[in-house]
Ligand binder design. Structure first.
Ligand code: FES
Length: 151
């Protein structure tokens, strides 16, 4: 009958296998580094139809696009509905601005931070007229606050 392994031999083998497992895991991590963890998504351009369908004074939430479309006497502007803190969707209240339900950030009617942990204002998004006569918002492209698209 063979002798049971000595305690010192067992601990030595366990340490050796632990070191091999740690090196293998580290090597797997190094091999993954060149691959991007986040892949680019599709272009986020949204056609919103005939401008005439939006009444002066209207605020329309575009859920799929992640923004609000506003029309006033000067024209159109689009403000992101994605909170700049951790990305929750903000709610809009006419005349009061925006409020984030997650951690309480509040934004004025032009998206300026007026309270809470949000580190930056809600971005204004680019609006253009598409060749087929529809309003088009590019949710990837920001414009300076106050930029109005006139029709
Ligand atoms: S995600 Fe809006 S306040 Fe945190």
């Amino acid at each position: 009958m063979p002798d049971p392994p000595k305690r010192r031999d067992f601990l030595g083998l366990a340490a050796l296998w632990s070191a091999v497992a740690a090196m293998g895991t580290a090597l797997a991590g190094v091999m993954r580094l060149p691959k991007p963890a986040v892949l680019p998504g599709p272009m986020r351009v949204f056609k919103l139809g005939d401008p005439a369908q939006y009444a002066v004074g209207s605020a329309t939430r575009m859920e799929a696009g992640g923004f609000f479309l506003f029309r006033d006497e000067q024209g159109f502007h689009a403000i992101s509905s994605v909170c700049t803190h951790l990305g929750c969707v903000v709610a809009h209240t006419e005349g009061e601005g925006f409020a984030c339900p997650c951690h309480g950030s509040r934004f004025s009617t032009d998206g300026t931070v007026v309270g809470g942990p949000a580190p930056a204002a809600l971005p204004w998004l680019e609006i253009v007229m598409s060749p087929d006569g529809q309003l088009q918002v590019n949710a990837e492209s920001q414009v300076p606050k106050g930029t109005t698209f006139r029709v």
